[in-house]
Design a protein around this ligand. Structure first.
Ligand SMILES: Cc1cc2nc3c(=O)[nH]c(=O)nc-3n(C[C@H](O)[C@H](O)[C@H](O)COP(=O)(O)O)c2cc1C
Length: 254
């Protein structure tokens, strides 16, 4: 799919206003009508999730759809009795593939090359960096070495966080971006969602028979909201946004 580059999208203040309305309209909804979600809307919401960014464009996020009422009811104890998983006609399970490097890396390089996004020097760099970042080696031996050498290297050279050392954290970052896309798309479609971390991942895995390679990161019941009003609250901007002051020391001047 070819889309205009961000710089070529006209800065339309009306569309920013529409986006702000959408962001504020999304609510964590805990009561749903039994009404099913039209297939075409669901497909568009899931597609919005697919277009989220991900590190190295590896796209590790996989979404499992739980539609069957029996399975939804069975999930309840693993979700600390949160009734929305049974009430909503669907629950989306956002997961991250621990084996994404072997599953997607070559395919992504191929796609990027075909799209003209992959100059030779960048491919070379990716081929050096991605194995360093992700490979754990047999029995996790490479990961153990990385756990020792990364902090030592950091004493002398800038060294980023290494996904192989905390794969669940890396996968969670990627999945949350997809989840946010899905929640906003659902709101735009007149549907409601609730992101959920209140669940026992091991038990959810067993109830839904999700393979172990997929880390279970976020649950998202989705459907039409039951009538009721929810008032959104947030702390003031000034409490949450921090401007880093200019560094006036002479040596910091670039
Ligand atoms: C990562 C995450 C996990 C959450 N887990 C739950 C949950 O398990 N159950 C629930 O009812 N709400 C859950 N929420 C919803 C929050 O309570 C809700 O987003 C917050 O109160 C703000 O309300 P709003 O989303 O309607 O603006 C979660 C939200 C996030 C972002």
């Amino acid at each position: 799919m070819t889309v205009p580059a961000a710089s070529s999208v006209p800065a339309d203040p009306l569309s920013l206003s529409a986006f702000e309305v959408l962001v504020r309209a999304r609510r964590a909804t805990r009561h749903f009508l039994p009404q099913p979600i039209p297939d075409d809307l669901l497909a568009r919401i899931l597609d919005a999730a697919r277009w989220a960014p991900s590190g190295y464009n590896l796209q590790p996020t996989h979404i499992f759809i739980v539609r069957d009422p029996g399975r939804r009811a069975a999930m309840l104890p693993a979700c600390m009795g949160q009734a929305q998983v049974r009430e909503a006609p669907l629950t989306l399970i956002f997961t991250g593939d621990r084996r994404v490097r072997s599953a997607h890396f070559e395919r992504v390089l191929e796609m990027e090359r075909a799209a003209g996004n992959l100059p030779e020097h960048y491919e070379k760099r990716l081929r050096a960096v991605v194995p360093l970042a992700f490979d754990r080696g047999p029995l996790g031996l490479k990961a153990a070495l990385k756990a020792v050498f990364a902090p030592l290297r950091r004493l002398f050279l800038p060294t980023p966080a290494i996904p192989a050392l905390d794969m669940r954290f890396w996968l969670a970052k990627q999945a949350m971006l997809s989840a946010m896309n899905a929640m906003l798309a659902a709101t735009a479609a007149g549907l409601a969602t609730v992101p959920m971390e209140g669940f026992d991942p091991g038990r959810v895995r067993r109830v839904l028979r999700i393979p172990r390679r997929f880390e279970i990161l976020l649950l998202m019941p989705i459907g039409y909201a039951a009538p009721g009003t929810l008032t959104k609250t947030r702390l003031p901007t000034a409490d949450l946004i921090h401007e880093v002051p200019a560094d006036t020391r002479r040596e910091a001047t670039p």
